[in-house]
Design a binder for this molecule. Structure first.
Ligand code: GUE
Ligand code: MG
Length: 285
């Protein structure tokens, strides 16, 4: 089998058209969705993502502000900034770019963001709401994966989904979203014994480990759907995923590339969440 490539860039564009329409509706009601991004320090990769987020906001007619803080900024100062943004009516979404410098407690920072502006979906309140199937901001990468599958017409109920990686921002929540849609979910991680035994059972395999070319043809069942969440740089400095694309694409049924797979969906769902937050702010007052 030769896999059909899931074009995340194209699906992201389609979703952004829908989001832009909602932005126009909200503007007519007097609210322009606004996102605040806080960037601490001078991480090169972070800078690229942040620039892409700002670009996406402006293309959709949204407001965005970028707050840059020095690597040495104190936790106190960062928390004070977040407290101020929590109270700023024009700001509907707050994103603190991760990772943060070591002297800052990430958990404390995430918990200081108002759950009603937590468009990353990282706050424990949103995670709890997601787990119990309530209205919540869903984390952008997992949510983007669900939209990719929906738009590709891949049915989820009853499917065996194997997630490799158990981070709080991708692995754990994506498994939960699949469970919410009646999949059978297996989590694998660095302590899993006989990884191929598990991954070969996957109808849908999600690779979120952060190691280039980690998932090979031997890990994959014929015709499986392969979702590659990895954003790595290889020795040549080229962007690559967690999946050995060429060999796996020969065996899989569907596969997401890197770039132009999951990445563009992450930013799109961030825009979606910010617009959702703006709409919900209207209902509150
Ligand atoms: N609080 C927080 N929220 C995040 O959502 C968050 C974060 N911190 N820290 C960093 C990661 C990474 N991330 C990406 C978003 C888009 C692409 C993306 O659009 N990638 C393009 C390629 C971009 C390129 O060329 O470098 C693609 O895959 O096609 C990648 C990575 C969001 N993150
Ligand atoms: Mg792991």
């Amino acid at each position: 089998m030769t896999a059909q490539i899931i074009n995340g860039k194209e699906i992201a564009e389609k979703k952004r058209v829908e989001i832009a329409e909602e932005v126009i509706r909200l503007k007519n009601l007097g609210v322009t969705p606004g996102l605040a991004v806080i960037l601490v320090g001078n991480n090169h990769a972070s800078r690229t993502y942040v620039r892409n987020k700002e670009k996406a906001c402006h293309e959709l007619g949204m407001n965005s502000i970028l707050i840059e803080m020095q690597e040495e900024v104190s936790e106190e100062e960062l928390l004070a900034k977040i407290a101020e943004l929590n109270e700023t009516p024009d700001i509907h979404g707050i994103l603190v770019q991760l990772p943060l410098p070591k002297h800052i407690d990430e958990k404390k920072v995430i918990e200081s963001i108002s759950p009603s502006k937590d468009v990353d979906g990282f706050h424990p309140i949103n995670i709890g709401r997601m787990m119990t199937g309530q209205n919540a901001f869903l984390p952008c990468t997992p949510y983007g994966i669900m939209v990719l599958l929906e738009e590709t017409g891949i049915s989820i109920p009853g499917k065996h989904v194997v997630v490799v990686g158990r981070s709080n921002i991708v692995g754990k929540p994506v498994g939960q979203l699949f469970l919410n849609q009646d999949a059978t979910v297996t989590y694998c991680h660095s302590k899993t014994k006989d990884l191929p035994l598990h991954t070969n059972q996957a109808d849908i395999l999600v690779a979120a480990v952060g190691i280039p070319n980690f998932i090979k043809a031997e890990h994959v069942k014929d015709g499986a759907v392969i979702i590659d969440v990895g954003i790595n740089r290889n020795e040549a400095g080229k962007l690559c995923g967690d999946v050995a694309f060429d060999e796996v694409a020969k065996k899989a049924g569907y596969i997401t590339p890197v770039p132009k797979g999951v990445g563009p969906m992450t930013i799109t769902m961030l825009m979606y969440n910010t617009v959702k937050s703006a709409a919900e702010s209207l209902n509150r007052d």
